[in-house]
Design a protein around this ligand. Structure first.
Ligand SMILES: [Cu+2]
Length: 124
């Protein structure tokens, strides 16, 4: 009898840990287009795909062109979310000239935690 209680207890503890680890999983960047280090031709949209739903009003990105002297020139981007809420879409407001770019993103997902990252690519 006490063995049964112990195994029920063990199973509930296991389940409890399992459920809290799901609840604690922050959103992650799964993939992007372009992806890190890619060479691309004047992209009209940059897509960042996440594991969780995003909160659009707190999810954004800042795009800069890094010139040869190492100084950054900011590029305007229009930010929106896909219908499934898991993709951040960044549309440069003008054509991207050839050069190296760095995108810094910050998103807030449905668990309310901010997650940050960056992405570098080159426009040929
Ligand atoms: Cu989180």
């Amino acid at each position: 009898m006490s063995q049964l209680k112990n195994s029920v207890l063990g199973a509930s503890i296991f389940l409890g840990i399992f459920i809290s680890s799901i609840a604690l999983a922050h959103t992650k960047l799964i993939s992007s287009t372009p992806s890190e280090g890619d060479d691309v031709t004047d992209p009209t949209v940059i897509e960042l795909h996440f594991s969780n739903d995003l909160v659009p009003q707190f999810s954004k990105g800042k795009l800069v062109m890094v010139d040869d002297s190492g100084s950054n020139v900011s590029v305007d981007v229009n930010v929106s979310n896909s219908d499934d809420k898991k993709t951040l879409l960044l549309m440069p407001a003008s054509h991207l000239l050839a050069g190296n770019y760095r995108l810094e993103w910050r998103v807030v997902s449905s668990d309310s935690h901010p997650v940050l990252g960056h992405l570098s690519f080159e426009v040929k």
